[in-house]
Ligand binder design. Sequence first.
Ligand code: SF4
Ligand code: SF4
Length: 425
Amino acid sequence: MTRGVKIPKCKKDSITEKIIKYSKPKFVYIPLICQNDINITVLVKSGDYVCKGDVIARKRGNFRIPIHASVSGKVTSIIEKPYLNGSLVKCVVIENDFKEKISSKIVPRKHINDYTKEEFIDKIRDAGIVGLGGGGFPTFAKYDTDSKIKTLIVNAIECEPYIAADYMLLQEKCEEILEAIDAIIEINDIPEAIIAINRGNTKTREIINTFIGTYLKIKLVEVPNLYPMGWERTLIKEIKGITYNHIPAEQGIIVNNVSTIYAVYEALKYDKPLIERVITITGEMIKEPQNILVRTGTPVKEIIESIGGYKRFKDIYLIAGGPMMGAAMDSDELVSSPNLTGIVVNRNNVKQEAIECLRCGKCVNVCPAKLSPVLIMNGLESPEKLKHLRPEKCVECGLCSYICPSKIKVRDFVIEAKNVNRKER
Ligand code: SF4
Ligand code: SF4
C-alpha cells in the first residue's frame, strides 16, 4: 500500500485564468546559490555591462553549472538578500536598462530532436537548468549517467497545497512540453515516457489527451491524490512498483518535473538559459492570486505589488514555497530564484501554538522516509544517538508537522538534526 496522506489541496484560488508576466524589475538580485551550495565563483564586477543570458557566476566543485543574468544592464554591487530557506544569500545586483539585450552566445536552433546525447547534456548544463519542482538538482546530471535509462517519468503531481504553477504551465504549454518529452526520449534512447498526474485532475488529463495522440511512446498515468506523491521515491514505487538505494537511474528511471521539461524545451529550441520561471502568488491575504512568469532575482515584494498587493499587511504569515515544504519568512524581502515555486500569504493563526509531545506516534506512521521524527527530535541533544536515526533520509515533506496534534514543527527539528549529522561527519 502507498504511504501517503490525503491533505486539503487549497488550489481553487490559485488556478487562474492565465499566466501573466512581470518583466519590469528595476533591479534584479541574482542569488549566488545552487542547491543550498554557496560555493560559487562570481565572474562579473561592479560597473560591468551584462546582456540577458550572459553567464555571471558559476558553481564550483561538482556540477559546475552557470548562473545567468536575467535582464540586461549594469552590475551595481553584490549584496545579501533573504533566500527561500530563510537565510541571507549573496546576490549579484543588476540595474535593468529595459533594453532586453540578448547575450551574443545565444544561438537558437529549430529542430529540438536534432541533438546528440552529448550535445543535449552540454546544452542543458550550459543553460543552468535545475529541478524546478523545488529540489534544484542540476538536470544534466540525471542524464549524464552510464545506466541504461528505460523510463522518463514526467512529474506533474504538484502535491504542495496552494501551488498551481505546473498546472497552469501544462494548460498553456502542453504541446511544447510533449514536444520536449519526445525529443528527450529520442535523443537519450529512452523507450518510454510516463506523464504522472493526480487522479481526478480532469482538465490536465483532457489537455494532455488532446495532444498526446501522435506521441506513441508517451503515456499518461493517474496516481492517487495523496501527499507526498510528488516525491520521486513514492512516485516510482506507485508507477513501477520498485525502489532504489540512492538515485532512480539505478533502476533505469529519470524523473523530471513538468516545469523543468519546459525549461529544457526552451534551451533546446531557443538556446534560452534558465532566467525566468512561473510562480504562484496566492493565499487568503493576497488580493488577486496569480500565476506569474518572473525573472530570476525579482524582489517578491515588487511582484506582489504588481498584482494588487495584500488584502492587509498586519498579522500575515508568508511562506516561500508552500505550507508543507516551504519556509516561513519574516518579511517579503526575499527574491525569486529557480527553485521558488510560489508564495503563500495567509492569516497568522496565533492559536496554533505548540504544546508538549503526546507520544502518539502519528509522525512515525506518516513519514514516507520511514523515519521516527519524534525520536530524532528528542535525540537532538545526543549526536551519537542521532547517527542511528538517519535524519539525512528526511525529504522535508512536512507531513510530520502537518499530522502532529500538538502542533509541533517536527520537520524543523528533523532538518536541524540533519545539519547536526552533516557537521559530525
Ligand atoms: S521526518 Fe522528514 S520525511 Fe519524515 S515526515 Fe517529517 S519531513 Fe517528511
Ligand atoms: S505526532 Fe507530534 S505529538 Fe505525536 S509523537 Fe509525533 S511529535 Fe509527538
